[in-house]
Design a binder for this molecule. Structure first.
Ligand SMILES: Nc1ncnc2c1ncn2[C@@H]1O[C@H](COP(=O)(O)OP(=O)(O)OP(=O)(O)O)[C@@H](O)[C@H]1O
Ligand SMILES: [Mg+2]
Length: 244
């Protein structure tokens, strides 16, 4: 098992947001998390990452067999957790290229070689060298922010990856492009993939490309249904979250 969450209750600034979440994700699986605005989806991600504002009042988070519930965020990242944020902040004074060079943990013979590698990764997401020299997220368009988030994962190569609405605000052509890279990151074309993923989407279009193995519906901080992604998505389209 890659990730095991049991009976998780979380408060943010004194307000209870997650209300007993249970979730198990094994290697090779990609789960999709569905639910209305404000249900607690992003809160679950932030809690798995260990952001200090998100206080675990009950339950635990086990990652690769280790209890990570009280680890610092940087320690969790070092264990192989990765994320694309729904609304990442702009970082004035930090070039995207330099951030990519920091998160890339591969061994390189020289700085030039690392430079070249980062530029190649950028090209995969249609972000050229001039773009990589801009400050992280500063003035990036909505779609550029999403591709930049994914690019950081390509450099980081985490084992368990959470994608918070990677498709929102992204045009149709770019949804195909980012889907391709999500498939690569999760090693979905390999039957023995050791990676795992958790993906939040409202649109579902991305699921035409990315292969989700399980779906969960989160309502009011609780998972109310788990099952086949296509079936659940189709029920939500027909009758909304009430019936799902
Ligand atoms: N700092 C905070 N103080 C109080 N409430 C908060 C705080 N941060 C988040 N919340 C509340 O927690 C609830 C869950 O928010 P969350 O961002 O997890 O929802 P979500 O399911 O990701 O929604 P969306 O689909 O709109 O992204 C919301 O009602 C939100 O207003
Ligand atoms: Mg959210």
């Amino acid at each position: 098992m890659l990730l095991e969450i049991s009976d998780l209750e979380v408060e943010v600034e004194g307000k209870k947001i997650l209300n007993g979440v249970n979730l198990k994700i094994a290697e090779g699986e990609t789960h999709v998390l569905l639910g209305p605005n404000g249900a607690g989806k992003s809160t679950l991600f932030m809690t798995i990452l260990g952001f200090p504002k998100y206080e675990v009042t009950k339950g635990k988070i086990i990652y690769k067999g280790q209890d990570i519930t009280s680890l610092e965020t940087h320690e969790r990242i070092a264990l192989g957790l990765g994320v694309t944020f729904q609304n990442p902040p702009a970082i004035r004074g930090v070039k995207l290229k330099d951030l990519l060079k920091i998160v890339d943990k591969n061994e390189y013979e020289s700085n030039d070689e690392l430079d070249e590698e980062v530029i190649k990764l950028g090209e995969r997401l249609k972000l050229n060298e001039q773009f990589l020299n801009r400050d992280v997220n500063l003035g990036f368009s909505g779609g550029e922010v999403k591709r930049s988030e994914l690019l950081q994962l390509l450099a980081q190569q985490p084992d368990f990856i959470m994608f918070d609405e990677p498709d929102s605000g992204v045009d149709i052509e770019n949804v195909e492009l980012i889907s391709k890279e999500i498939i690569n990151l999760l090693d979905q074309e390999n039957d023995n993939s050791k990676k795992g993923g958790l993906l939040i989407t409202h649109l579902g279009y991305i699921l035409r490309f990315v292969n989700a193995t399980h779906a969960h519906v989160l309502i009011d901080g609780k998972i109310t249904r788990t099952g086949d992604p296509e079936e659940i998505m189709s029920d939500i389209r027909k009758s909304g979250f009430g019936e799902a």
